[in-house]
Write a new protein. Structure first.
Lengths: 375, 366
């Protein structure tokens, strides 16, 4: 398949692996955090770690939009969805995420009308087709998906659709990365920067990471060779004693991002003073809410949500996993009480979540798998 | 990550990661439990949630030696095979087929996977008030066509009508009996290290066709469902090779789910080669767009065969010699370790596990 296969070539991967190994100082361990869940998915799906030397470790960061939604927000969404006049719409990833009172799938089994959509525009279509119902879109995601939510609201207003609203859970990546950099038990050598988020916000917002924290950040695409290139670029910087923001995804990411997308977000949304992140706690100005002039389209204002904070289950160590302090298997409940079938934490739900990816794709040690698959 | 647990020196203590992973494997082997209070859609997707529900509710109450293997059909000591299947597809009509031929082929294939020649079918209909009779005629005609193609007749049935809104148009349940003429029984538990794993054709076409036919994706592809009776290719294979261990049609949950069932029943590892798995470009493209793995997408006319390694070539020739087998391919082999696991050598040169999904494969958001 064109534009896909050339980024998945095993021979090129082996050559990159050798260059990566040659750059590693013997005895030193390098930890690179891939911020974005899309990268986590790529790494596991393609078995990318088989191309990395033992001294290079990939740490899975907080960029899985599903994984960072706190339980209280799920409960709020279910509270709205259980109103008989409401059709709740949501991306597929959200359906199994547990709140304090179960997941969307559980709410559906109790009678709530929750429908899976592939885009907020699908939700808008449902609103047009059901004028007597109130259609709510559960908006989640980083700056990647916020523009499409904002565009959808602009279109809803242009069409005068009064039965459409958004339950806004959009979050922003920079405060989360800063929270991780400020955490005292951090031992990261560098970052693999998110691809799609950067296509919107550009590369400039990462400058503080190199400047203030002395860590390289390499923006990368989502094909496996993109990720290997980003690891190599990180190591090249470290070997040369540099710490810079580098764009290795120039085929998609302009240095200054997408000003039109940013303008659309800014027209409809503004930063929230506080938003709770699953496992990370409250991070100031880390999320977006609809501006007051959009109150008529803001499900939070229209329906009024309980807004009760639900404490993460005590046993769940999603926060430590999201910060890269713990590896998934180091969590006390990993794979026993917390499994993809009965997830306690969100990291176990989405295929972008570090725990689910590790459980589904990498549950055996690499040597054992390598031996079992040897020709 | 750490060193392997496969070939460790007996005196070396397990690393912490290895200890955790062993504990996880033990947890996976525990008896299925259903904690949910209500049935959710995940229970119907054919993955781990379905399995738990079936084991914890039905097997618990019905337990008997014929049911226990939870195979495609039950086979008694006299070589009589019996199977049933319910069909609830949306939309009812889709490119390449409709609920009618699906319902006939599904049951015919379950019999074929037992190694049986289908003898008789039954069909039961649950119809929603207001369902067009013209549509029902169309469904019945395609059932008759599919039955003729499979050399079997629908000899008994039942019809019920429920109030508008209590069903979605038309549900069909078929059952079938068949006769096994050969000695020996096919069983997923019979797979052995050294065996070859074969698929009878390109995978995922039915599932992707249905997803696209539901609309709302704004993706168009030149694809039709693969729904077809597998009696022909199954017979060719069984006639040519006496080393066939098991046949499974890769329906709900796709090839990945079937292979996991084989790995678990036989206590073996299945090692797949991503590059060897036949996937048509349109299916691959749609799956890339949706972020789902074709290995989990349903087929309705494709089977997985496990065959003694030394007969792999003969098995492939037999499948390729006739219709519905032209694109058959050897996609992997059976290994010993880790037991109960499906592993994949990726085209990228890496390795990973191919696990059973909990519910439907969910499209990723970004």
């Amino acid at each position: 398949m064109r534009f896909v296969d050339e980024y998945r070539d095993a021979g090129t991967a082996r050559a990159l692996g050798a260059r990566i190994a040659a750059l590693c100082e013997p005895g030193r361990t390098y930890k690179f955090m891939e911020v974005c869940g899309g990268h986590t998915h790529t790494i596991y799906k393609h078995g990318l770690e088989d191309h990395l030397p033992a001294g290079v470790e990939l740490v899975h960061g907080p960029g899985c939009p599903v994984c960072v939604i706190p339980m209280g927000r799920i409960d709020d969404a279910i509270h709205i969805a259980e109103r008989p006049d409401v059709i709740m719409t949501s991306f597929g990833d959200m359906m199994r995420v547990p709140g304090g009172r179960g997941s969307f799938l559980d709410a559906m089994a109790r009678g709530a009308d929750i429908r899976m959509v592939y885009s907020p525009l699908d939700a808008l279509k449902i609103a047009r087709e059901n004028p007597d119902r109130r259609v709510v879109f559960m908006a989640i995601g980083f700056e990647t998906t916020a523009p499409s939510t904002a565009m959808t609201l602009l279109r809803a207003r242009a069409e005068g659709l009064a039965n459409f609203s958004v339950f806004c859970n959009h979050v922003t990546i920079i405060p989360a990365v800063k929270a991780i950099l400020d955490s005292p038990d951090l031992r990261l050598s560098g970052f693999i920067g998110p691809g799609h988020v950067s296509a919107v916000i550009g590369c400039r917002p990462y400058a503080f990471i190199a400047r203030d924290y002395g860590r390289p950040l390499v923006v990368a695409g989502f094909e496996p060779l993109d990720v290997l290139h980003a690891v190599l670029a990180n190591l090249e910087q470290l070997a040369a004693g540099r710490a810079e923001v580098e764009n290795r995804y120039a085929r998609v990411v302009p240095w200054d991002g997408n000003p039109r997308a940013l303008a659309v977000i800014d027209e409809v949304m503004e930063p929230r003073a506080h938003f709770e992140w699953r496992g990370l706690g409250f991070i100031p100005y880390s999320a977006l809410r609809l501006r007051d002039r959009w109150a008529a389209y803001d499900a939070e204002q229209i329906f009024g949500v309980p807004g009760v904070r639900v404490a993460d289950p005590k046993a769940c160590q999603c926060g430590e996993v999201l910060k890269g302090v713990l590896k998934p298997w180091e969590c006390k409940v990993f794979g026993t009480a917390c499994t993809p079938e009965t997830p306690i934490g969100t990291c176990m739900v989405s295929s972008e979540g570090a725990c689910a990816a590790y459980y589904n794709f990498g549950r055996f040690s690499r040597d054992r798998v390598r031996e079992a698959t040897a020709r | 990550m750490s060193a392997g647990t496969g070939e460790r020196a007996p005196d070396r203590p397990l690393s912490r990661e290895e200890q955790v992973l062993e504990r996880v494997e033990r947890a996976r082997r525990r008896r299925a439990r259903v904690r949910d209070e209500l049935v959710t859609l995940a229970h119907g997707a054919g993955g781990r949630a379905t399995r738990s529900l079936v084991e914890a509710v039905f097997l618990e109450e019905f337990r008997n030696p014929l049911l226990e293997p939870l195979a495609d059909g039950a086979v008694d000591g006299d070589g009589l095979a019996f199977t049933t299947d319910a069909f609830v597809v949306t939309p009812l009509f889709f490119p390449g087929g409709d609920i009618g031929d699906l319902a006939v082929n599904g049951t015919v294939n379950d019999l074929a996977m037992c190694g049986a020649r289908p003898l008789h079918l039954s069909a039961a209909f649950v119809l929603e008030e207001g369902f067009p009779v013209a549509d029902l005629r169309r469904v019945a005609a395609s059932m008759a066509r599919a039955a003729r193609a499979a050399g079997v007749e629908i000899v008994t049935g039942d019809t019920k009508v429920v109030q508008r809104g209590k069903a979605d148009g038309c549900y069909i349940t078929t059952a079938g009996v068949g006769r096994i003429d050969r000695p020996g029984r096919l069983s997923a538990a019979a797979a052995e290290p050294g065996d070859a794993v074969i698929v009878s054709g390109p995978i995922g076409e039915h599932g992707v066709t249905i997803m696209l036919a539901r609309g709302g994706l704004d993706v168009e592809a030149d694809l039709v469902s693969d729904t077809a009776p597998l009696t022909g290719p199954a017979t060719r294979l069984l006639d040519a090779c006496d080393g066939v261990r098991c046949l499974r049609d890769a329906t709900r949950g796709g090839v990945a789910t079937v292979l996991n069932e084989i790995a678990e029943s036989a206590g073996v590892a299945v090692v797949l080669d991503e590059e060897a798995v036949p996937v048509r470009p349109a299916v691959r493209g749609a799956c890339e767009l949706l972020g789902i793995d074709p290995l989990y997408v349903a087929c309705e006319g494709r089977m997985v065969a496990v065959v003694a390694g030394w007969q792999a070539g003969a098995a492939l020739d037999a499948l390729r010699a006739g219709p519905l087998g032209e694109d058959a391919a050897i996609v992997g082999r059976i290994g010993a370790d880790p037991p109960g696991t499906v592993l994949l050598r990726t085209a990228f040169g890496g390795t990973r596990i191919v696990d059973v999904l909990v519910g439907d494969p969910l499209p990723r958001i970004c």
